[in-house]
Design a protein around this ligand. Sequence first.
Ligand SMILES: [Zn+2]
Ligand SMILES: [Zn+2]
Length: 286
Amino acid sequence: MIRIDLHAHTTASDGSLAPEELVRLAKQQGVATLAVTDHDTVAGLPRAIAEGAQAGVEIIPGIEISCLYGKTELHILGYFINPDDPHLAPALTTYQASREERNPRIVQRLQELGCALTYAEIKAAAGTAIVGRPHIAQALVRRGYVTSISEAFDRYLADDAPAYIPRPLPSPAEAIGLIRQIGGIPVLAHPVYISRLKEPFEQVCATLKGFGLLGLEALYSSHSRQQIDRYRSISRNQGFLVTGGSDFHGETKPNLLVGTGYGNLAIPADLLEPMRALATGGRCAG
Ligand SMILES: [Zn+2]
Ligand SMILES: [Zn+2]
């Protein structure tokens, strides 16, 4: 089987590998096609594409945009986007500003909870990357307040945890609309993480379809066989494309590898064909 992976992060957002390192690791892992999908940025794409050309890995230009459905944060993946589309940069500047505004408030809350961290040290450790909650989690581990990233999220940073600060996010209609506008295929990411919905998940899918959603990430590192079957069946009912990805972050998500996830992820390359047909058919624009 030819292996593909349609969800991976680099140092341009909260991954720990530079775009070139990610592409080389994907090559080693036997990944023939890789989508680079950083949070709210396309800054890693040119380097990933250049390295992909060298290494013989096809790179699909992607992005992952956070949005808010009621009180629930949803992540919308965009595939085959045009990163140079003039509509993209101004929207991303707005999203990144809301992230920048939120981080110091999370750190302040952690200080109130007795964790002696500074925002300056977190920014310094993140380098040129856009700081996100995983960077704050790493600082909590470094300082010994928790022993792992997942403990940092459970005890402090997860939605509803004591240091959670909501941030203004675009609506799903906006996020999906932007991806369509820049020629991309919008896909709802990691449905297993979607919680606190006030209506059945399938109903939410129908609403998102109304906004222009075209696919569901049914294959995902932490999805069980039963969950995959369920999301495949929802995709069939809604007429969605089925996609799949590891959500590789490097050290930020230990034990999760590009291409294989936690070891049993296998994304068939034939999922790509209907995506390519949509992307090249020009039906995604507008
Ligand atoms: Zn996500
Ligand atoms: Zn992701």
